[in-house]
Design a protein. Structure first.
Length: 318
């Protein structure tokens, strides 16, 4: 019979560090004085690794855990986890899908309205004391009834679309596979979607095929009246091209929760009033983070007690 041992590679929320020790012996690698030396001596004892979707796992760490069987990750995106190494070591992987859909979709709609109606810019205007000096901020652009394009129509994209329907928006989406069961029109090309829509929301995963999918040409197609909202991953957008399009007025504005090199944000964006910048907080509510942590614990428990994960990721090459 295997004695399971859990390694926590990075700092995790207290609910996880408090609950996991009830399932098996737990070691927090990041709090050890010399993690590398520790792994050399004890790496073979661990069977389960718990990490986060943003901290991820690299090939070097996996090589130091020869008896590892499962990785349980906090978050739905797993682009920071080296999938080649996961496959090479024949590991199973879980993430935390669905429980965060509502909060990420809420944030996407909030970010869209903030960006297009200039809420954060208007807030700064009032705080600077500019209202009594020079009057209110200038009129902005209407949100309701506009054309919304979604790049990605998965779990989160569909919740965003349902919310946008409440704003009487006309909705279309681009994915590799059309979903005829959904009431929204599929566009076979991202370029066509960008040409058609007023607002483009990015809601697809970061993968080799989505890397820099939002190119300078896509931004040009979105146009000087168009807005880009990204709540997915920074690498889906060519960030240099985005900065240029915002500087030249080829794009009306952008709302960003994610960046190519987080937590680094291009400094050029800091002074742009037509851009709203958030620090990757899509799922960051007490309720949703608690649900995500519970799902990680449930995945670990299920793996330890029954040998399978509750929400496994398909790690085979697609
Ligand atoms: P999902 O259910 O897997 O949906 C992904 C969608 O993207 C699918 O519609 C998929 O359709 C589409 N897609 C994948 N590759 C594509 C490609 N090459 N071209 C066009 N479309 C493509 O994922 P989800 O749960 O909705 O999450 C989406 C992403 O949001 C996550 O991967 C994560 O990175 C991000 N996220 C961010 C936050 C935040 O805090 N900001 C929070 C949660 C999630 P096809 O397969 O048919 O192409």
């Amino acid at each position: 019979m295997i004695t399971h041992k859990i390694l926590l590679a990075h700092p995790l929320p207290p609910s996880l560090t408090n609950e996991l020790p009830a399932l098996a012996s737990v070691v927090e690698l990041h709090s050890l004085p010399d993690p590398e030396a520790y792994l050399q001596e004890k790496g073979s004892e661990f069977t389960v690794l718990v990490t986060t979707g943003t901290d991820g796992v690299d090939a070097a760490l996996l090589s130091s855990l020869p008896n590892l069987q499962a990785i349980c990750s906090l978050g739905v995106g797993y682009d920071a986890i080296d999938l080649d190494a996961v496959r090479a070591h024949d590991l199973v992987l879980s993430n935390t899908p669905d429980v965060l859909n509502d909060c990420v979709a809420d944030l996407a709609i909030g970010l869209l309205i903030d960006t297009v109606r200039g809420l954060s810019a208007a807030d700064r205007h009032v705080r600077r004391g500019d209202w009594p000096r020079i009057g209110p901020t200038k009129p902005t652009t209407r949100v309701s009834g506009k054309r919304l394009g979604l790049l990605g129509m998965g779990r989160i994209g569909q919740v965003i679309a349902r919310r946008a329907a409440g704003f009487d928006m006309d909705i279309r989406y681009h994915t590799r596979n059309a979903k005829p069961e959904l009431p929204w029109q599929h566009e076979a090309s991202l370029m066509n979607l960008a040409q058609w829509c007023d607002f483009l929301i990015v809601a697809c995963p970061a993968t080799p095929t989505t890397y820099h999918m939002v190119t300078a040409d896509v931004l040009k197609a979105l146009g000087p009246q168009g807005y880009l909202i990204n709540i997915a991953r920074g690498t889906v957008v060519d960030e240099n091209a985005l900065v240029t399009a915002l500087q030249t007025g080829e794009l009306a504005g952008a709302g960003l929760d994610v960046y190519e090199h987080e937590p680094k944000v291009p400094v050029e964006l800091f002074t742009m009033e037509h851009v709203v910048l958030l620090p990757h907080i899509g799922s960051a509510t007490h309720e949703t983070r608690a649900a995500m942590c519970s799902l990680v614990v449930d995945n670990v428990r299920s793996y330890l007690e029954q040998g399978h994960l509750l929400t496994p990721v398909n790690v085979s090459k697609t």
